[in-house]
Design a protein around this ligand. Structure first.
Ligand SMILES: [Zn+2]
Length: 313
């Protein structure tokens, strides 16, 4: 915490007043876009600067809560950016956009059993699960998390018994440092949610984001996308012949360094609702969908044709 709790003043993020803005701190700090409605004593307040600096040293490389003092109604976001540039801190903006709106853990498994731990990264299924299953009603928007290039798209052709990833899109992150800056502290949701294999080599400079089980693909290989661009629609493609009670985005992160491939736990990057964070309404939506029973997705679409896409059967 950078200032005392009573010193909190209104900060707006995406039009909503927030108490704190999460920022990933790394050789300076990242701050999500905030509008400063009021602003005071930034540049000349030694005390504030010291607190800021100490906050940095305490939280270097980790996620911290950045509280911004604001009083003067005429300041804008540019003022604080300018202030940060002129001081011993480097401002690195985090352009991250969550892969789906309001990401939350999928509570149920495909057979309708309540088993959230099987949907985190790790051994919750008794075998390794390589990604995070984020609940998503079919047809919801899928977003590019960062500026990226479309590395690959996979077309799934329905086949009996297939339990693969279905239609998928893989993005290659444009600025690796932006990805690294996004990492936050993460308390494991379950014991089976692994740390092992959840990270990457310090020299890693290739990061791939993979979106699976899609219903529609809206980008093609080689295309440049911006954080927040809609690249596809969620679905249940690739999920076994009986279908599923559990529509979700299976989200993977890969990193490659020195020709080695690493699997990264997406929980460090997606700020998702764990089981304890879900509201009664969130749970109801998931339960209602579960109660609708098995659904299948026989003919997922590809709205943007890509002659180079990889076909899987
Ligand atoms: Zn999964």
């Amino acid at each position: 915490m950078l200032v005392d709790k009573d010193e909190e003043l209104p900060v707006f993020h995406k039009g909503k007043e927030v108490k704190a803005v999460e920022a990933v701190v790394k050789d300076g700090f990242a701050v999500t876009e905030v509008e400063l409605k009021h602003c005071k004593e930034l540049a000349n307040n030694k005390d504030w600067l010291d607190k800021l600096k100490n906050g940095f040293y305490d939280t270097k490389g980790k996620t911290s809560h950045l509280f911004i003092k604001i009083e003067n109604p005429n300041e804008t976001i540019f003022a604080i950016k300018q202030f940060l540039r002129q001081n011993p801190f480097k401002l690195i903006r985090s352009n991250w956009h969550e892969p789906v709106d309001d990401p939350q853990i999928a509570i149920y498994n495909q057979h309708g059993t309540e088993k959230a731990k099987s949907n985190t990264f790790g051994m919750g299924r008794g075998r390794f699960h390589s990604g995070l299953d984020i609940f998503s009603i079919e047809g919801s928007k899928v977003y590019a998390c960062l500026d990226a290039e479309v590395f690959e798209t996979q077309e799934w052709v329905r086949n009996t018994g297939d339990s693969g990833y279905g239609h998928s899109i893989t993005l290659k992150v444009k600025v690796p440092q932006e990805f690294k800056n996004r990492r936050r502290n993460y308390e494991k949701a379950f014991k089976t949610d692994l740390d092992k294999k959840a990270s990457f080599d310090k020299d890693s400079n290739i990061f791939l984001l993979r979106y699976n089980h899609l219903e529609d693909i809206l980008v093609k290989k080689g295309e440049k996308v911006k954080a927040g661009d809609v690249i596809g629609k969620t679905g249940i493609s690739g999920i076994i012949k009986y279908g599923t009670h559990d529509p979700h985005l299976h989200f993977n992160i890969y990193s490659t360094a020195k020709k080695q491939k690493f699997l990264v736990n997406p929980a460090y990057y997606v700020y998702w609702k764990e089981i304890g964070d879900l509201t009664i309404e969130d749970k109801k939506i998931q339960k209602d969908r579960k109660d609708e029973g098995y659904k299948t997705n026989n003919n997922p679409k590809i709205s943007v044709k890509d002659p180079k896409r990889v076909k899987i059967r």
